[in-house]
Ligand binder design. Structure first.
Ligand SMILES: Cc1ncc(COP(=O)(O)O)c(C=O)c1O
Length: 463
């Protein structure tokens, strides 16, 4: 089957990203554009359009309009996902040889730019749920402990990244954290890839957007948490700590010279759509429906884990001795495609479309899974073996430059990793280059592989 044929495949439910649910929730203006003669809209950077960092043109006007609307200093559309804009944002905070503070659930794109630009990550650990096996949102006291100078050995910190909300939708109160970092004079980048729509619903009992919490830089993934096409993203910038000109130069450094005009239009339309009163009302209804889905399923004994993003449904499969990967296979075969299988859970994204007859369908499938005679196992989340603060023993850049040797994971104990180990989704590295493969880490990695076989035969490059 060709790729294009596969793209036409129908599923009974598409509960994954992009959140526009296979076009059903795309903004009207984008749908009109797509109905033009195929490819008619595929324009280069004509003078009328300009580019995301030019001083003239419709793209600049649109970015300026949104910056004014949300009372920030500047903003930029992105066509290489939140990944691309996170990388530009990191480069605008930290120079080669400088340190940045990263939570253990950081996205892999940040590690990649640290490697390329010789920026040194200092990892801080997060609280961990023994029920879901997920990291928990960070609290102010936890962050205070981390920012303590003694713990950081008086190293000068060029910036910090906070991931909020997490992939599964857990969210912290972001404003006190941003304020705390600012008290320590540390610039804050918030990876809000999963929370773009919070910005538009301040009165809707959702987590606060970091854009409203004065974070210096905030990155949105418009296809994950708004109704943009895949690869669309936005970088918001405010305050005087990070230099606007430096950000524009770093975006220019990493971005293609031929940004796709359809994606740029999608960035604009997905944000404009949420600013329209009637669309916003429609999306608020969806949020209400999603909240109702959660409560109704819980009342029918479907084991869901509570999260702060109503559009994420987290099924606690582990509670019934079924791992998320096995449950995923079962749902997939029934045409219900989830977003994120993990050891204890399976996460579904409702997206921005109306989910009709969802509750009965979901309850029915879950109960058929339970009665399918599947072997149950005793499942327990495995706590990550990290200390509160950890710095790779060798810089990630250097460990990639040195000669390395490929060994079986079990033989890697005591060696220094020259690889990133990172399952996707969720794209959170478990090991990065420069970190030592202590026995606890290797045991933990092996235990992650539920099926066992995958990881037992797993090779890694080490120094
Ligand atoms: C927390 C987080 N940040 C950033 C990204 C990157 O987003 P994108 O796929 O838009 O590049 C992801 C993707 O999974 C993510 O989960």
């Amino acid at each position: 089957m060709s790729i294009s044929s596969f793209l036409r495949k129908k599923f009974s439910r598409s509960l994954f990203f992009p959140a526009h649910n296979r076009g059903q929730a795309l903004p009207k203006k984008l749908v009109q554009l797509l109905r033009e003669d195929p490819g008619f809209w595929d324009l280069p950077e004509l003078p009328e359009l300009g580019s995301t960092f030019s001083n003239f043109g419709l793209i600049k006007d649109s970015q300026d309009y949104f910056a004014k609307k949300f009372a920030v200093k500047s903003c930029w559309f992105g066509v290489n996902g939140a990944s691309g804009l996170l990388q530009s944002a990191i480069l605008s905070m930290a120079n080669s040889g400088e340190y940045i503070l990263l939570p253990r659930n950081i996205h892999i794109s940040v590690i990649k730019i640290c490697i390329v630009a010789n920026i040194i990550p200092i990892f801080f650990d997060l609280e961990f749920s023994e029920i879901s096996g997920h990291y928990l949102p960070i609290k102010k006291d936890w962050l205070k402990k981390i920012l303590d100078e003694n713990l950081l050995n008086n190293l000068k910190i060029a910036g910090i990244v906070l991931v909020n909300p997490h992939y599964q939708g857990y969210s912290c109160e972001i404003k006190p954290l941003v304020d705390l970092c600012h008290q320590f004079k540390i610039p804050v980048l918030v990876d809000e890839a999963h929370g773009s729509y919070f910005l538009f619903c301040e009165d809707y009992d959702l987590p606060n957007s970091a854009v409203k919490a004065n974070a210096d830089l905030v990155v949105h993934s418009l296809h994950k948490s708004l109704n943009g096409l895949t690869q669309t993203a936005m970088l918001w910038h405010q305050g005087n700590i990070v230099d606007k000109n430096k950000i524009a130069r770093k975006i220019n450094l990493l971005q293609t010279t031929s940004p796709n005009s359809l994606l740029i239009a999608s960035c604009e339309e997905s944000i404009k759509d949420w600013l329209k009163k009637d669309s916003l009302e429609k999306y608020k209804k969806r949020i209400n429906q999603a909240r109702n889905i959660y409560h109704e399923l819980v009342s029918r004994d479907v084991p869901l884990i509570k999260t702060d993003d109503p559009l994420k449904i987290i099924l606690n499969t582990g509670f019934h001795g079924i791992d998320g990967f096995t449950a995923d296979e079962f749902f997939y075969k029934k045409g219900v495609i989830a977003e994120l299988p993990e050891t204890m859970t399976l996460t579904f994204c409702l997206g921005f479309v109306e989910q009709t007859n969802f509750i009965d369908m979901f309850e029915h499938l879950w109960k058929s899974l339970l009665s399918s005679g599947l072997e149950r196992k005793e499942l327990k989340p495995i706590r990550p073996p990290f200390s509160l603060i950890q710095i790779p023993e060798i810089t990630p850049s250097e460990s990639l430059l040195r000669d390395s040797e490929k060994v079986n994971i079990k033989q890697s104990i005591g060696r220094i990793s020259a690889d990133i180990i990172c399952p996707y989704p969720p794209g959170i590295p478990l090991v990065i280059p420069g970190e030592r493969m202590e026995k606890e880490r290797v045991d933990w990695l092996i235990k992650q592989g539920l099926t066992g076989e995958n990881l037992l035969d797993f090779y890694i490059n080490v120094l």
